[in-house]
Design a binder for this molecule. Structure first.
Ligand code: NAD
Ligand code: TYD
Length: 356
């Protein structure tokens, strides 16, 4: 079958990537979608089992850090576009193992940029390299009236955000130096189905269900701006097709929550859905040692994306969170499969030294 375009999506077996792959494979049967993923602890092909037999979907198992492999993949498929999500994505892991973040997030991104530059040399028309990044590159906010805009200076404060900031700079440098057609987006915290249970929301759902302590870092006063993952995927689709060459777009749901308030909400929602007396799960809340260098507040101003490209979130937080909790409760074997083995060992060692 002849396709109109061949698009590489990296990290498509992960949380956000799997939603982006599903959206593109089902919405654009005229595109061949190649999902390249190393299948680290965070990558799970189960996330795509509903679409993996479709004729326009192909999976490639590989590592973006392997330069020769990436070159050969570009030669094999002659990609017209790249949507790059593959990354090490967890701040806590970046504190214990920063070099893994340098390798995948910085060197891996540069390998993809080099292969795209070499393949598209002299014929950049119609090509696009889309780099998916995070709001964490902007650092932390203190003044409640302040929001991250696209021109906010970079001030990454964790090894994770520093590695993402570095990759963002390389993407823009390849645009400026070699004319590589690029777009970058910086998104706030996502939540939704298929989120690995090391991140706040799925970790709390998992621990409430298993009646385990709910580790709240510090006093739970840090603020995050939460967006439903399907709305992030919709924004990526919009920006990939309509974004201006060389531009950056902030993506966010204008939905700020203090961690402790969000944990309370999750406890009450889980109590309600599991038929427990509302308030019962709050007993599990345990204050633990704060994360080193813990950013106080992230908050995105997404007005450029809304006014220029007409994007807006499709679900309220109330609806998105309820759908998320339902998804976990109805797909409990998904979480059970991944919360065994290495994952368990990692978390046991991480929390055994936590103090109140
Ligand atoms: P994730 O950790 O769930 O998934 C990452 C995926 O990348 C996994 O499937 C993993 O196997 C794959 N991967 C990791 N290293 C690889 C390598 N060397 N080669 C090939 N594949 C590799 O991450 P996520 O939360 O889905 O985030 C996806 C992207 O979105 C990341 O770039 C992240 O920085 C960005 N982002 C995430 C959030 C969020 O809230 N999760 C917010 C904004 C931006
Ligand atoms: P996380 O989901 O790791 O995302 P990020 O650090 O990228 O924002 O954490 C979200 C917030 O929740 C962050 O302020 C740290 C906090 N947190 C806890 O309090 N307890 C936890 O067990 C986890 C994983 C996070």
């Amino acid at each position: 079958m002849k396709f109109e375009k061949c698009i590489l999506i990296t990290g498509g077996a992960g949380f956000i990537g799997s939603h982006v792959v599903r959206l593109f494979v089902t919405k654009y049967p005229q595109y061949q979608i190649v999902n390249l993923d190393k299948l680290t602890y965070a990558g799970n092909l189960e996330n795509l089992k509903d679409i993996d037999k479709l004729p326009n979907y192909t999976f490639e198992h590989g590592d973006i850090v392997d330069e020769n492999y990436i070159d050969s993949l570009f030669a094999k498929y002659q990609f017209d576009g790249v949507i790059h999500l593959a990354a090490e994505s967890h701040v806590d892991r970046s504190i214990t193992d920063p070099m893994a973040f340098v390798k995948t997030n910085v060197i891996g991104t540069c390998n993809l940029l080099n292969s795209a530059k070499n393949l598209w040399k002299g014929q950049m028309e119609g090509k696009r390299f889309y780099h998916v990044s995070t709001d964490e590159v902007y650092g932390e906010l203190h003044d409640p009236s302040e929001f991250f805009v696209e021109t906010t200076s970079y001030d990454p404060r964790s090894p994770y955000s520093a590695s993402k900031a570095s990759s963002d700079h390389f993407v823009r440098a390849y645009h400026n130096t070699y004319g590589l057609p690029i777009v970058v987006s910086n998104c706030s915290n996502n939540y939704g189905p298929n989120h690995f249970p090391e991140k706040l929301i799925p970790l709390m759902i998992n621990n409430i269900k298993n009646w385990k302590p709910l580790p709240v870092y510090g006093k739970g006063e840090n603020v995050r701006d939460w967006l439903f993952v399907i709305d992030h995927a919709r924004a990526i689709d919009n920006i990939f097709h309509n974004g201006k060459n060389g531009d950056t777009y902030n993506i966010g749901g204008n939905n700020e929550w203090k961690n402790l308030d969000l944990v309370h909400l999750l406890c009450d929602l889980m109590d309600e859905k599991q038929g427990n007396p509302v308030g019962k799960s709050r007993e599990l809340i345990t204050y633990v040692t704060d994360r080193a260098g813990h950013d106080l507040r992230y908050a995105i101003d997404a007005s450029k994306l809304m006014s220029e490209l007409g994007w807006e979130p499709s679900v309220t937080f109330e609806e998105g969170l309820s759908r998320t909790v339902d998804w976990y409760l109805n797909n409990w074997d998904w979480i059970e499969n991944i919360t065994s083995g290495d994952y368990q060992k990692y978390y046991t060692s991480m929390y055994e030294t936590s103090a109140n």
